[in-house]
Ligand binder design. Structure first.
Ligand code: HPA
Length: 276
């Protein structure tokens, strides 16, 4: 098991390396999930660092994911973006999944924006909708905070009060209104995948209070909250998981719907960044 000293050693090696490549202090971290790729077009880039070069950084297994950190300004705000993220279903440990979130904090990041693709369980949702995540249910078989804890970094028993930062929820709603965008809000259920859910599972998660279900985000958000990073998160509803109205759902459907929603989500996030 990693000790607190191991954690800091690994973190410092990664951070020192990144700082030797880019001298830039980001304030906002962005995890470019499915349907957020083109946010990059709005960034004035100051530097990039490949994951593969960063000591102790996990490396993307999915070939279509570039796997690099992008540094630059978005709407004048200094940001660092993760192009390529890590999922539990790929075989990473929770510690690996959240390592980049730890690195972001050490680089100066104070706020984290996350996006994902999710299956909608709320019958008022439609594929292509964007959902503001106002809370989550951790249905992963674990938690990235398990293990030795450095109390100077974050609490041993962090509460989950306003894990999705209240002011950012307000900002997102205001920006959506200004942009004339239909913004859903709801509870995200995070679980391992890679299977989508059975009808019985969708019914259960809906009964638990979930509005959407997906395979990411929750570990990163827990780590961010633990270390005092303020979180704003969105799901693109790519398919519907309605227990009494099941349909086949392919990866092509998910990706196709996500790309249609992408310009709306990118605009929304750019609008939020201005006010953050
Ligand atoms: N379930 C889980 N993850 C998903 C889904 C879903 O229906 N759609 C996109 N990601």
């Amino acid at each position: 098991m990693n000790t607190v000293e191991d954690f800091h050693k690994q973190l410092n090696e990664a951070v020192d390396f990144i700082k030797s490549k880019v001298s830039f202090e980001p304030k906002i971290g962005i995890i470019l999930g499915t349907g957020l790729g083109s946010l990059v077009d709005g960034i004035e880039m100051t530097g990039t660092v490949d994951y593969a070069d960063i000591p102790n950084f996990p490396v993307s297994t999915v070939e279509s994911h570039a796997g690099r950190l992008l540094f630059g300004t978005l709407k004048g705000k200094p940001v660092v973006c993760m192009q390529g993220r890590f999922h539990f279903y790929e075989g990473y440990t929770f510690q690996q999944i959240v390592f980049p979130v730890r690195v972001m904090k050490a680089l100066g990041v104070e706020s984290l924006i996350v996006s994902n693709a999710a299956g909608g369980m709320n019958p008022n949702f439609k594929p292509g909708d964007i959902m503001l995540i106002k809370d989550h249910i951790n249905f992963f078989p674990g938690n990235p905070l398990i293990g030795p804890n450095d109390n100077n970094w974050g609490d041993r028993f962090p509460d989950m009060f306003e894990v999705y930062y209240c002011k950012y929820l307000e900002i997102a709603k205001i920006v959506a209104m200004e942009q004339g965008l239909r913004l859903q809000e709801g509870v995200y259920v995070g679980l391992t995948g890679p299977c989508l859910e059975t009808a019985a599972e969708y019914r259960m998660f809906r009964g638990f209070g979930g509005d959407a279900v997906g395979m990411s985000t929750v570990p990163e958000v827990m780590a961010a909250h633990h270390q005092g990073t303020k979180v704003l998160a969105f799901s693109i509803i790519t398919d519907m998981g309605l227990a009494d109205n099941m349909h086949p759902c392919s990866l092509e459907d998910v990706i196709g719907t996500a790309s249609k929603a992408e310009p709306r989500l990118c605009n929304l996030i750019a609008g939020c960044v201005v006010k953050m």
